[in-house]
Design a protein around this ligand. Structure first.
Ligand code: F6P
Length: 499
């Protein structure tokens, strides 16, 4: 069990200022910047230094990092509360051979269906509407938004919210007679997704599609349920139960992205992720980037008490990355008990939030520079722009990104306290050559492994999510029974809304 006392050697370390660390360590960039899978990682503006890394390496050893990592890639049970392995790396070709083979088989099936759709086997399809929520939407949506902008292919929309306004927006844009519905749900029971799927079928039917179910495909780990719901077996793209929802964009859940960006690009994405898998699996702890990044994460959360972690994409194409990371990090590591079921005495996941640069600078950066909270900030930028406009745009974007990290760290004195910047505020910068499928695959896999490392260093199970169940049960009770055994406030709200 990882208790606060395990962190004692790290608490005891002297707290140097970032600027002092740079002055004292001329080789700081040499040991705190890393390159892997097309991504440059600069952790030098965090408070990590050699003694701290040594203390964290000892902690990682005490937590059996190596054993946990081996278990992950071996396909062992790493999610004990649900008795499951976590085999998302197998989807990228890295993991237990049988699981890799199985994933390849499922991918071949997905490719064949995409080829058939491209060959008009399901009719004249121009639009793809993927309905799903959480992990069945956030990843595919990120990929389509980041990589599908210039693709002259299908229009892909990913709809998650049960609020009908979300579907309505797509209904206004898509031609029902040229739309394919992809129902994405690992369990094929999720209320929002099933309700949205039914509404899409009804919309098709009402608009002259004779056999709407002939235009439906299912992306699921529960093929039986999909068949019961009305999807023909030939149009079900299954995936393994051992792939968790928030790790499922690599499985058939990635269908919307694969058809939106094209199969070759989708394969590049998987290959980029595999490259990061190999880095994570094979690199010693001292050079292991997801692990070292997790050292910084744990330092701020546990030792400095930072309750949040902010991520700013200085690239419009990555504007959905912060919301994707919110599920990945908070659903994985927002836990209050250890893997053995004992109460944690250290903080688990910080709250992940963020936005896009430069917009966020004009909205929330005030707090980052001068607020009382000290929180780690992450910048992600691309050297190559994602547009053909004048170079000035990209130059201004990158200049702003780099300036923010420098300003947060350096600060600036002023005799007027309202105008003074305290500085010593940490940041990391991830710089990619370009936002292409390969690099994005590596980037997402990096975040997955970093989240895993954070869980190991906290002693929690990152692969279950029981916290989401209670609200679902209560919503069901309200929907089916109209009212229930609720508190007075909730009863009153129900009465006001439903009469
Ligand atoms: O409610 C949370 C959750 O279970 C997520 O973990 C998951 O990504 C999402 O719901 C959707 O689940 P499904 O793919 O089974 O519809």
């Amino acid at each position: 069990m990882v208790t606060k006392s395990a962190y004692a050697p790290i608490f005891d370390l002297p707290k140097h200022k970032l600027t002092a660390l740079f002055e004292a360590e001329p080789d700081r960039l040499g040991y705190l910047t890393f390159d892997a899978a097309g991504i440059h990682f600069d952790l030098s503006k965090t408070h990590l230094d050699r003694p701290m890394i040594a203390a964290f390496l000892a902690l990682a050893g005490a937590c059996d990092f190596d054993g946990h990592r081996k278990a992950l890639f071996a396909g062992d049970i790493v999610n004990p509360t649900e008795g499951r392995p976590a085999e998302h790396p197998a989807e990228r070709g890295v993991g237990k051979p049988e699981s890799v083979e199985r994933a390849k088989g499922y991918q071949a099936r997905m490719r064949a269906l995409i080829d058939a759709i491209e060959g008009s086997a399901l009719g004249p399809i121009r639009h793809v509407l993927q309905v799903g929520i959480g992990g069945s939407a956030l990843g595919p949506n990120l990929l389509v938004d980041a990589l599908g902008r210039d693709a002259d292919r299908y229009d892909v929309a990913v709809v998650s919210n049960v609020d009908g306004a979300a579907l309505d927006e797509v209904f206004k844009k898509f031609d029902p007679t040229a739309t394919l519905l992809a129902v994405a749900s690992k369990t094929f029971t999720t209320t929002e997704t099933m309700m949205n799927a039914e509404s899409v079928v009804a919309w098709m039917q009402e608009n002259g599609v004779e056999d709407p179910y002939g235009r439906v495909i299912a992306l699921t780990a529960a093929p039986d349920k999909a068949m019961e719901w009305g999807v023909d077996e030939t149009r079900i793209l299954p995936f393994a139960e051992s792939v968790g929802g928030r790790y499922s964009l690599w499985s058939s859940i990635g269908f919307g992205a694969a058809i939106g960006i094209g199969w070759d690009a989708y394969e590049e994405l998987l290959e980029g992720a595999a490259e990061m898998d190999r880095h994570f699996m094979l690199t010693a702890p001292e050079q292991n980037i997801p692990l070292i990044a997790a050292f910084a994460d744990r330092y701020y959360a546990v030792v400095r008490g930072s309750e949040t972690r902010a991520v700013f994409a200085y690239d419009e194409r990555l504007r959905l990355l912060p919301s994707y990371l919110q599920q990945l990090e908070m659903e994985s590591n927002g836990k209050r008990v250890t893997i053995a079921g004992e109460a944690l005495d250290i903080p688990s996941s910080p709250i992940t939030w963020g936005g896009v640069g430069t917009d966020a600078q004009h909205a929330v950066f005030q707090l980052l520079h001068q607020g009382t909270h000290v929180l780690p900030v992450e910048f992600i930028a691309s050297i190559e722009p994602g547009h053909g406009l004048d170079d000035g745009h990209h130059h201004a974007l990158l200049a702003s990104c780099f300036a923010q990290g420098a300003a947060l760290m350096a600060g600036k004195g002023n005799e007027d306290p309202a105008r003074a910047y305290p500085g010593d505020r940490p940041s990391t910068t991830l710089l990619v050559e370009q936002v292409d499928p390969r690099t994005l695959g590596a980037l997402i896999a990096f975040y997955e492994h970093r989240t895993f490392c954070n869980a190991v260093l906290t002693g929690i199970n990152p692969f279950d999510q029981f916290g989401v169940e209670l609200g679902k049960q209560m919503a069901k009770a309200i929907s089916t029974e109209g009212t229930g055994n609720f508190d007075a406030s909730t009863q009153d709200l129900i009465a006001r809304a439903f009469g």
